[in-house]
Design a protein around this ligand. Structure first.
Ligand code: ATP
Ligand code: MG
Length: 399
């Protein structure tokens, strides 16, 4: 039976509530499943890992690869609407599913976000309206492109066009020789060289856009990265200058509208030392910097993902508590000698406003996202005090 929208959670199909599907079984999928289940939907996850964080909490899991045609057919037969939590899911898989069911985001938007070359071109286009441009950059796809690189892009960061995340697929290069060596070391794949910019800080904006073009936005997040991985997100009154907040929101809306985007979209920005706002990259899904919304807003980024997928209304979310999120990487589970250690959860959970989220991953590895801790408080002062205490208990560097 074809899906009619809005897809209401209590519409029964074969005697069960409507089912929402998600491609990918990571922590983002897990939190999507939580939000979908809270509304009453059944859920189904497609992921090859039998112990994936989302698969463990979903009603159903199809244990197969994202591009397995039989698995995709099974997913389309069972789920009434389908989303993705994983931006490197093959865009073709989304296109196939979209032939049979409502899919958000669309394959084309995901294909653009997956490819830094296309993503940068999209940002350049949206900058004509928003005035917020990406970093100066050049595409490198051949030795000839290498030879043509303008000197003022160095020192820079070479980023592979595809499959980069958490700083992977990136090399910092100071000279032409280093650039040439770094590009050849990628195997000569399509890359973008970005000028190294003097960053004062980083921020991100999450918006949800419905099929009718209706937009809801979340507060602007201030982000601290360590080693190329998000470490801390701070969202409270005064986390960023107001003019910058308005500019980042407007630029994000422009990017979403120019893509005719449907679903949840996160756009990451740099703020330079001279105050200039620069657009960095986008994720066609909920984002690590939006995890605080589960505990600090009256509508989380995952609620918005469910609503955009099911065609439900998108009222403006309101943040009710100041929030700081600390990412919990696998490194924390080891002491200085590399021995496994117990974490002081009792001390952490005794702090006011502590919300611990662990993703059900049993093997801690360096750099692996095991969970996050959101601290909420009545105001900036309170939340900073409790988050700094939590960081000290955990052995995380102060911020
Ligand atoms: P993500 O996990 O967010 O997808 P990623 O691996 O795709 O990360 P980027 O967001 O491009 O990588 O870069 C990771 C971090 O490296 C940025 O958050 C920023 O701290 C730093 N960085 C990236 N590009 C530049 C630049 N042009 N100038 C200065 N710093 C940069
Ligand atoms: Mg990034």
């Amino acid at each position: 039976m074809p899906t009619s929208l809005p897809l209401l959670p209590d519409s029964l199909i074969n005697g069960r509530p409507a089912m929402l599907g998600v491609l990918g079984g990571g922590q983002l999928g897990r939190m999507f499943v939580h939000a979908a289940q809270a509304l009453g939907y059944d859920t189904i996850v497609l992921d090859p890992d039998p112990t994936s964080p989302a698969g463990l909490v979903s009603h159903h899991q199809i244990q197969a690869d994202y591009s397995d045609p039989a698995a995709l057919a099974d997913l389309a037969a069972r789920a009434q609407a389908i989303t993705t939590e994983f931006e490197n899911v093959p865009a073709d898989a989304l296109a196939v599913l979209a032939g049979q069911r409502p899919v958000a985001p669309a394959a084309e938007a995901v294909a653009i976000a997956q490819d830094r070359v296309r993503e940068k071109a999209h940002f350049v286009r949206s900058a004509q309206s928003s005035g917020v441009a990406p970093a100066p950059h050049a595409v490198i796809e051949s030795e000839a492109d290498l030879a043509r690189i303008p000197a003022d892009l160095l020192p820079g960061i070479l980023k592979t066009a595809r499959l980069g995340y958490d700083g992977k697929g990136q090399a910092r290069v100071a000279t032409r020789d280093e650039l040439a060596a770094a590009w050849r070391a990628t195997g000569g794949v399509s890359c973008v060289l970005e000028k190294m910019l003097p960053l004062a800080l980083e921020c991100s904006v999450i918006v949800a856009r419905g099929r009718d073009g209706e937009l809801a936005s979340l507060p602007v997040q201030r982000n601290l990265h360590r080693g190329g991985i998000l470490a801390v997100t701070e969202v409270y009154e005064g986390n960023l200058p107001e003019a910058l907040i308005q500019k980042a929101l407007a630029a994000t809306r422009q990017i979403a509208n120019d893509l005719q985007y449907v679903g949840v979209l996160c756009v990451e920005f740099f703020v330079l030392e001279d105050g200039t706002l620069v657009v960095n990259e986008m994720a066609p899904r909920p984002h690590n910097s939006g995890h605080y919304t589960v505990d600090a807003c009256d509508c989380s980024q995952f609620d918005l993902q469910v609503r955009t997928l099911a065609g439900l209304p998108l009222p403006a979310p309101r943040q009710h508590s100041a929030a700081i999120m600390l990412n919990l990487l696998g490194d924390l589970w080891f002491d200085a000698e590399g021995q496994a250690r117990a974490l002081p959860w009792s001390e952490v959970l005794a702090l006011p406003g502590a919300h611990l989220h662990l993703y059900g991953k049993v093997e801690a590895r360096k750099g692996r996202k095991m969970g996050h801790l959101t601290m909420t408080g009545a105001n900036t002062e309170d939340v900073r005090a409790s988050a700094l205490r939590a960081a000290a208990f955990l052995g995380l560097e102060a911020f």
